[in-house]
Design a protein around this ligand. Structure first.
Ligand SMILES: NC(=O)c1ccc[n+]([C@@H]2O[C@H](COP(=O)([O-])OP(=O)(O)OC[C@H]3O[C@@H](n4cnc5c(N)ncnc54)[C@H](O)[C@@H]3O)[C@@H](O)[C@H]2O)c1
Ligand SMILES: N[C@@H](CCC(=O)N[C@@H](CSCO)C(=O)NCC(=O)O)C(=O)O
Ligand SMILES: [Zn+2]
Ligand SMILES: [Zn+2]
Length: 380
């Protein structure tokens, strides 16, 4: 029976306040308005950024109650007025970075940072300043324009990538954030060149995807750096050549790396969100040309620092959001790469949980000595 045009009651994991466990509740999901699409979520990954905002450290994340999740895969249930690019039944990936094609950023050809709805999205609202979720009579906020920890969610049409339905949503959901972010940071933001040397600080879902991107670009040497040696097994399978646990050394990691690489690396990537490591990553770069890409997200009030001399002498500090990938026009190609076995995704899915156990997915991610790369919540 069609649910189009009706409010849907379904289960969602609601965060009622910072640093509290999520609570699985019945929520009401309103019909999609003009330019909006309601999507049945089949699977979602849990990214470190969900935990970051839940912790209360996100200066832009002060909106409770909220439904987190931004790494999902689903099927369009119904569409609002004026929606033309997707229809019920289409397989889609929600995008926290929309692609409107019209704004100054989209038209620049220089960035994927579409900003047309950012001012409402960061406040947990749809562009009309309202939300599509309620729970126990209260308004519930959206997260990053996605809220994939719900059986149904409402997204903007510009925040949806339509993908090949042959791809399993419980795998390609990871293209909604972690894998695209890391792979794109290597292949687009840094544009790693063949034969170059690379160091990746932090080998979670994002860092391992940087390694996969650097290997695809035929980097000659790829250093995987992590405090948890269990991550090295995955790093090796994805193409890393050298493995470093900073705890094994009694000197700064930048000194270790510059000594091992005749003066430093061509590219380094920070994939943890630790500002000291961001400095170490920059200072591990080769004088004259080394580029360091910040991907990790740091807490409110934290700042990066280095001696300006590091930049004066030719090192470059850059950042990357969603790997510089434009979601609607470029993400579907990554799904095709996955189907053609050119892009590894399956290996990243190390843990699977039902929605009822979503807090265990967070526990798995936080286990600093565990083997979790990505925990997936399966709704089916
Ligand atoms: N810029 C973006 O678009 C974007 C997108 C996704 C995630 N992120 C951010 O990227 C970071 C990584 O995300 P993730 O989902 O891969 O996280 P994750 O928790 O899966 O992985 C982090 C890894 O870092 C390692 N680590 C922690 N402290 C370390 C240290 N001091 N030295 C070396 N290794 C250390 C951990 O053992 C773990 O393997 C987070 O800060 C997340 O918020 C940014
Ligand atoms: N609200 C945080 C910033 C968070 C942040 O940097 N988010 C990344 C995506 S992380 C996905 O896991 C991003 O894309 N940022 C670009 C943007 O938000 O426009 C803070 O204020 O520190
Ligand atoms: Zn993420
Ligand atoms: Zn735009």
């Amino acid at each position: 029976m069609s649910t189009a045009g009706q409010v849907i009651k379904c289960k969602a994991a609601v965060a009622w306040g910072p640093a509290q466990p999520l609570s699985v509740e019945e929520v009401e999901v309103a019909t999609p308005k003009k330019g909006e699409v309601r999507v049945k979520i089949l699977a979602t990954g849990v990214c470190h950024t969900d935990a970051y905002t839940l912790s209360g450290k996100d200066p832009e994340g002060e909106w409770w109650p909220i439904i987190f999740g931004h790494e999902g895969g689903g099927i369009v249930e119904s569409v609002g007025e004026g929606v033309t690019s997707v229809q019920p039944g289409d397989h889609v990936i929600p995008l926290y970075m929309p692609e409107c094609g019209q704004c100054k950023f989209c038209k620049s050809g220089k960035t994927n940072l579409c900003s047309v709805v950012r001012s409402t999205q960061v406040r947990g609202l749809m562009p009309d300043e309202t939300t599509r979720f309620t729970c126990k009579g209260q308004k519930v906020y959206h997260y990053m324009g996605c809220s994939t920890f719900s059986q149904y969610t409402v997204l903007l049409e510009i925040s949806i990538a339509k993908i090949n339905p042959k791809a399993s949503l419980d795998k390609v959901c990871l293209l909604g954030c972690g894998i695209t972010t890391g792979y794109g940071a290597a292949t687009k933001t840094a544009n790693v060149q063949p034969g170059s040397t690379v160091a990746v600080f932090g080998c979670g879902g994002v860092g391992l995807s940087v390694i996969q991107g650097a290997a695809a670009r035929k980097a000659s040497r790829i250093f995987a750096i992590d405090k948890n040696p269990k991550k090295f097994e995955y790093a090796k399978k994805l193409g890393a050549t050298d493995f470093i646990n900073p705890d094994d050394y009694d000197k700064p990691i930048q000194q270790v790396l510059t000594e091992l690489t005749d003066g430093g690396l061509d590219y380094t990537f920070e994939c943890v969100g630790n500002t000291k490591l961001m400095r170490a990553a920059l200072e591990s770069c080769h004088k004259g040309w080394g580029e360091s890409i910040i991907i990790g997200v740091a807490g409110a009030g934290e700042e990066i620092s280095t001696r300006p001399f590091q930049l004066v002498t030719g090192r470059v500090w850059k950042g990357s959001a969603f790997g510089g990938v434009k979601g609607r026009s470029e993400l579907p190609n990554l799904v095709e790469d996955y189907l053609e076995k050119k892009l590894e995704i399956d290996m990243f899915v190390t843990h699977q949980f039902k929605l009822e156990n979503i807090n265990k997915a967070f526990d798995a991610m936080h286990d600093g000595f565990g083997d979790c790369i990505r925990a997936i919540v399966n709704f089916e």
